[in-house]
Write a protein that binds this ligand. Structure first.
Ligand code: FEO
Length: 412
């Protein structure tokens, strides 16, 4: 059986969905599944752009056979060597023994490392700006190092104005029949997953994403085909603006992401009171218990909002374990340009604020707000002044949105 979608007259989506995978890359939950995109160009020569994960490779080969309609496969372009896009390489070679593998030198080295497939005799190594004519179409290759791995490249087809964008512009979530972003309500139903994908997969590499955006800015792009998520044929500029925000570490909106680690509920209490005080001032908040919500979701929210508050109990003379893991994750993903405040708790020797600050301070353009609220076991009525002082300090740097704007946002 097969399940394919036509993108243009001679370009077909031949990828596959996985809804059984619990953790993408072993660390990111994908409750709505994940799509592995692969595209087949039926020109005078036939070209497959990337393959899929091993879990769904049978569907890929069935799809390719259908889309080829009895023709053979002439080229396989490997834009990214990561196994979720190359696991079916051997299947392709087995079925189409004359296929030529088009990739760059770094990709070739990675393929040799990951697989035993003998591709040296069939490889066509390309570099920045090289072109490959397939008949009516001419493919041009552009390197996009570290978006997400060092070997990544993207491909531009000037005839159809299509950018095959590798991991860039991807989204978590399996397709539900729709493969075009304009076939779904993307802002309402998929933007959060696109942001979580961006922040966790390529969030660390904002500078390199900027490099890619600059490179493609001179191209006339009407169609974008990423390796995960949806194909963009309309409103791509809207999504491009999101990438501009994320890759420059510019908050998407004014608001406060409060993440707390609480053993007996007292640190949580302070976090929730702060959230109420901020909303009294018209400031949007989102609150997470770091022991319950996965780091990938909290990191994604940190990429979204302008202000971050971390509240943690002191534990084994350090930061509570789940908060410490979150902060290391945020630092590892290179988050920048945020206003940050801390709340600590400790029954005999509170140290968590100092230790949390030590993890956040080295990040670029982080502004630390005072006061740091310090609790001794629980929040006492007199300390509400400290919470108010922190709310005021946040408010002074986070002007509330006009009411009409929030209503529009809520209704979207
Ligand atoms: Fe979906 Fe970096 O691979």
């Amino acid at each position: 059986m097969y399940c394919i979608r036509k993108i243009t007259e001679d370009l077909t989506w031949v990828g596959a969905n996985d809804r059984r995978l619990a953790m993408f890359e072993g660390v990111y939950s994908v409750p709505r599944g994940v799509a592995y995109n692969s595209y087949l160009l039926n020109d005078e020569k036939t070209v497959l752009f990337d393959t899929v994960d091993k879990a769904v490779r049978q569907r890929l080969t069935e799809n390719i056979a259908e889309a080829l309609g009895g023709r053979t496969l002439d080229y396989l372009v490997i834009q990214h060597a990561e196994p979720d896009h190359t696991a079916a390489l051997s299947d392709i070679i087995l079925r189409y023994p004359d296929v030529k593998i088009v990739c760059n030198a770094k990709t070739l080295a990675f393929i040799r490392q990951f697989y035993d497939a003998d591709i040296d005799a069939r490889v066509l190594v390309v570099k920045e700006g090289d072109t490959l004519s397939t008949g009516r179409h001419t493919l041009q290759f552009f390197m996009a190092p570290m978006v997400h791995w060092p070997e990544v490249m993207v491909t531009y087809d000037a005839r159809s104005k299509t950018l095959f964008s590798a991991d860039a512009f991807g989204t978590f979530g399996a397709h539900n029949g729709a493969i075009f972003a304009d076939e779904v309500d993307f802002p309402r139903n998929y933007l959060d997953e696109a942001r979580r994908y961006y922040a966790n997969i390529i969030g660390k590499y904002g500078q390199q994403v900027q490099g890619l955006l600059k490179k493609i800015s001179s191209l006339d792009v009407q169609l974008v085909c990423p390796l995960h998520g949806f194909v963009w044929r309309r409103v791509f500029t809207w999504f491009l603006e999101k990438y501009q925000h994320w890759s420059t570490y510019t908050p998407e909106e004014t608001g406060v992401m409060i993440a707390y680690a609480s053993v007996y509920g007292n640190t949580k209490n302070a976090a929730e009171i702060l959230a109420c005080r901020l909303n009294d001032k018209g400031i949007k908040t989102v609150v997470f218990d770091v022991s319950v919500t996965s780091a990938s979701d909290i990191l994604s929210a940190a990429f979204r909002y302008s202000h971050l508050v971390f509240a943690s109990t002191t534990y084994n003379a350090g930061i509570f374990v789940t908060m410490e893991a979150l902060l290391h994750d945020i630092a590892a993903h290179n988050l920048q340009n945020r206003t940050v405040a801390f709340i600590q708790n400790g029954s005999w020797a509170p140290t968590s604020a100092k230790l949390m600050r030590a993890l956040i301070d080295p990040l670029k353009d982080m502004r630390i707000l005072e006061p740091t609220v310090s609790l001794a076991s629980s929040l006492k009525p007199l300390q509400l002044e400290q919470i108010d002082a922190l709310a005021n300090a946040i408010s002074a740097t986070a002007p509330p949105k006009p009411k009409s704007a929030s209503i529009i946002q809520n209704e979207r």
